[in-house]
Design a protein around this ligand. Sequence first.
Ligand code: HEC
Ligand code: HEC
Length: 279
Amino acid sequence: MRWIVRGLIGLAGLIVLALVIVYAGSEWVMRKGHAVPEAQIAIPTDQASIAEGARMARIASCRDCHGPNGEGRILFEVPMLGRVAPPPLAQVAAGMTDAELVQAIRQGVHKDGSTLFIMPSHALAHLSDDDTGRIVAWIRTLKPQPSDSKATTSFGPLGRALVLAGMLPAQANSAKLSEAKRPADTGRYFVDVACAACHKLQVDAVMEDGSTKVPALAPMVAAYDPAKLKTLLRTGVGSKPDHGVMSEVARGSFAWFTDQEIEAIQAYLKGEAAKAPPQ
Ligand code: HEC
Ligand code: HEC
């Protein structure tokens, strides 16, 4: 019996050691500061810019994740893994300067420079100064509500292990990918801002859950019937009635694209598909 007890004590020691390593390592990833570019941009105050900011906050999926009116919500909550809770925008913004908001959106950092998680900064980093200014202008019109979400993001032991392994990647990025104005090639721009959060252009990708396959965007959209592409992006109905997360993001975000914007997206992706042969 003694050896079993000793074995169990040894095993418990190993588990505690592993937990300490995962906790300390993930804490280091979460707290590490990141140097990011300055964010001095103009925040407009006119109604047309605020309305366009409200629309861009749809297209860039802010309102899909943070709730239709920016009230915050729980995206997912799984025991051991953790809770991902995009915060209410009016409330967090109240404690942030405009420049800090711009850095959170485009560089994926808290105001102390530590990383955000889940928020797709690699795509949002492409938002132009004028569009980011419009989005911030819209956020500044929101007022905290008693019904705002009170949940906060936190990670359990498994979530921390994923953070440490880089499978739940830190979103902080110091690259400056944005232009001053929304570029004339709106097709490329909207693909970078709105589709690249999940899709890669020429190769298939896998979502952060590790199992949802995301098909290569360029060859697929190049071959899509133009009228059906509009229906897909507005209603989520494509070659199947339900495309899971694609249908959700279409209804929650892409329904706000104009016809011309969808045509520009398809024209740009046709050009990209012609550049590289399908794999
Ligand atoms: C895929 C979901 C998702 C999308 C899309 C998204 N967010 Fe977030 N956002 C989050 C999550 C989750 C957090 C909390 C992250 C954390 O604490 O690590 C967050 C945090 C924030 C914060 C707080 C930053 C801080 O320092 O605490 C702001 C501000 C914000 N988001 C604004 C936006 C805006 C504006 C957009 C659109 C341009 C956007 N988000 C798009 C999920 C998202
Ligand atoms: C939140 C992640 C996400 C975003 C953002 C996203 N997609 Fe998708 N998309 C997916 C996934 C996942 C699938 C595969 C769905 C399935 O298996 O049925 C998909 C499938 C598609 C399809 C194939 C539909 C069919 O009929 O088979 C098209 C076309 C498409 N996406 C276009 C786009 C375009 C254009 C954008 C940007 C405007 C975009 N997607 C943005 C996740 C996303």
